[in-house]
Design a binder for this molecule. Structure first.
Ligand code: AMP
Length: 400
């Protein structure tokens, strides 16, 4: 990260897309907490900070009259918590461009912190609009991108804005650096054996990821809704379990690739099934290849958990993305909780990424025993898939 910031105005793109309850109170402060080391360091070094971020989807969720819901989507909600954590009264500006905003950021004293309003109040943000980005860039002498969770978006504040800063005046923040270092550690030189655990709803979302991990993982574990597309390929009876018919052949290709690459491929041999997608549905445990009609697999079963735990215990590196069951309902959370605890207890280096698996780790109370928890859902997936993220490319690009 750039350290020469004394007396400079530092425009920092942070990821403050935090969940709120109906009283607009923050229910999970992780994203703000993870931005603090960068902000504190910049303040210590004598910079003033202008923070910009997006919040929710204000363009999609407009009010009935078509206007933006500024009460719900304002970033003002984060000001009290952020001020308390930084021990500085953060000044909130109710616009991110415009004369008022610009005036406020022109003459700042070292140690001052300004938070700009939600960049997505302007549709130009998502378009990556050049003119809009130029206006944003006027707020700072230096641009720092620390919003890993938004780095896979080619938006104005995450990517385009970087063009208006010379290479020596733009850099990643400490969180972005840590996210990239940790993901690279897994991909480049994992301690062996490397065990990758993938869950979640859809195989179509994770095909590229699974395929890429064949190159360097020793064991791949599949759980969650997507495992049933594999069982369907194997001609099992999957009842009403989630299945993507258009991806059955691709699931077969992945199984073939695993065998060609000598990668151990673990599918959950048993499942907790339910007669309805409801928390209080009737449940039983059955062989995942033999799910009766009218029933659906909603969690991994006890034999599967034992097998996955065994793989975890012997691992040198573990990466986990996606819950192994419908963990939002207690009756189907057991598999994900057990796996979270097993990862926390083992000696391996562990990286957990993806909003839902992070939530599962938190719910099981073992977050502090995981080596690195990524703040990026989609961004981490794309980074691990080997894609170039626009937010990263924009910082690394040569001057234009
Ligand atoms: P993803 O965003 O693809 O990581 O998927 C996360 C979602 O997958 C969570 O909301 C889980 O409830 C859901 N999920 C996990 N296992 C299953 C399953 N067996 N059937 C249906 N949905 C599932």
């Amino acid at each position: 990260m750039i350290t020469n910031v004394e007396g400079k105005r530092v425009l920092v793109r942070v990821d403050y897309n935090v969940p709120l309850n109906e009283h607009f109170e923050i229910t999970d402060t992780t994203r703000i907490d993870r931005s603090l080391p960068t902000l504190r360091k910049l303040l210590e070094m004598g910079g003033s900070l202008i923070l910009m971020a997006h919040f929710g989807r204000p363009q999609k969720k407009r009010k009935e009259d078509g206007s933006i819901d500024k009460t719900r989507f304002t970033l003002k909600h984060v000001v009290p918590y952020l001020s308390q954590k930084l021990d500085v009264q953060v000044t909130f500006i109710n616009d991110c461009i415009g004369e008022n905003a610009l005036r406020a950021t022109q003459n700042m004293s070292p140690g001052e912190v300004i938070l700009l309003e939600n960049t997505r109040f302007y549709k130009e943000e998502k378009d990556g609009d050049l003119e809009f980005a130029a206006k944003l860039s006027k707020h700072g002498d230096i641009y720092i991108n620390d919003a890993f969770g938004a780095a896979h978006r080619a938006h104005a504040s995450t990517a385009t804005v970087a063009r208006f800063f010379k290479k020596e005046n733009r850099s990643f923040g400490l969180l972005m650096e840590a996210e990239m270092d940790n993901a690279q550690k897994v991909m480049k030189s994992p301690a062996r054996p490397c065990v990758a655990i993938f869950g979640g709803a859809k195989v179509s979302d994770k095909i590229q990821l699974i395929s890429r991990f064949m190159d360097f993982a020793d064991t791949i574990v599949i759980g969650g809704g997507m495992s049933y597309t594999f069982f369907k390929y194997k001609e099992g009876n999957i009842g009403n379990s989630l299945c993507e018919d258009s991806h059955i052949e691709l699931a077969g290709d992945l199984l073939d690739k695993a065998s060609d690459y000598n990668v151990e491929f673990i599918l959950p041999e048993d499942s907790v099934i339910a007669d309805d997608f409801k928390p209080n549905a009737n449940t039983k445990i059955v062989d995942s290849m033999n799910i009766p009609d009218g029933w659906m697999g909603l969690d991994v079963g006890p034999m599967a958990i034992q097998k996955i735990k065994k793989a975890i215990e012997g691992a040198g590196t573990i990466i986990w993305n996606g819950p192994l069951g419908v963990f939002e309902m207690e009756a189907f959370a057991h598999g994900s909780m057990e796996i979270a605890k097993a990862i926390a207890q083992c000696n391996a280096y562990s990286l957990v990424g993806g909003g839902d698996s992070v939530a599962a780790v938190k719910a099981s109370g073992v977050s502090d025993q995981i080596s690195f928890i990524s703040t990026g859902g989609g961004a981490m997936l794309e980074f691990l898939e080997g894609k170039k993220l626009p937010g990263i490319q924009a910082i690394e690009a040569e001057d234009q």
